[in-house]
Design a protein around this ligand. Sequence first.
Ligand SMILES: [Zn+2]
Length: 303
Amino acid sequence: MLRDDFAGSGGRLLWAGLIWAVLAAAAACLILAGCGRGAVPAAQAVPAIPARAPSAAAAGVPAAAPGASALDWTIPQQFRGHVVAKRVRFFSRRLLALTFDDGPDPKLTPQILDLLAEHRAHATFFVLGETAQGRGDLLRRMAAEGHVVGLHGFTHVARVTPEQAAASLDRTAAVIEKATGRRPTVFRPPYGLTGSNLTRMARRHGYAVILWTISSADTRPIGAPVIARNVIHTPNPGDIVLMHDGSGHRATVEALPQILRELGQAGFQFVTVPELLRAWDEWRAPGQVAPETYRAGQERDGG
Ligand SMILES: [Zn+2]
């Protein structure tokens, strides 16, 4: 009896202790707002285009700092070594990836960077190693302001031997890495040629080969209004837009404010290509987002 009473009393004490522990844990959870589902809305509330943080980037904050998605150049594993030639069907987030090839240009690229900053937009610059050499300040500025620097080859020659292709990629990556301290992850083949040794070698090196799903056609003499219309016309969520910031592409710079303004008003956010790939990866609709989805594109003008 005595033993039972004692045991009964101990049991009650144990229950009371447990209840207190549960209540205390729940209170701590509410206070910290970091428990269970409470953390999910907070994470989702982080804007896809975070506020610019040039000083943080310059201070050497790790690329994958929380909430600094644009400063992260990494790409999901499934895209490494694959050609991305079309957007994912049914993807509904209104994200667009503006891309600029053939730069950087000492006059035009800073103007593009100013416009992107003004509109809190991020973009991807596929630079030529030869052109980027000696313009480390521009590459540094791109990286610090949340843009991604990708490879476009050392020169704009598409047809090279495998050895020349490897050297072209390595030399360009070295120029980017020296200036920004980051390893590039994305490559755009000159002229969009996916059958070239350059593309083959880029895939072997694990770069994602990024084509485009909308061309601004800004390599043709069409003027800013037509360039703007080509981009603004009917973008779909997840489109990748081909533009150029190489020497002579003044009309592209002139078209950019209208593109940023009108598509921004239409609810689009301008993200880097790695951000877009990560958004696709997170989205993962059933039966979608398999590497096979990203078939090689055809050779097209531009790039
Ligand atoms: Zn090009």
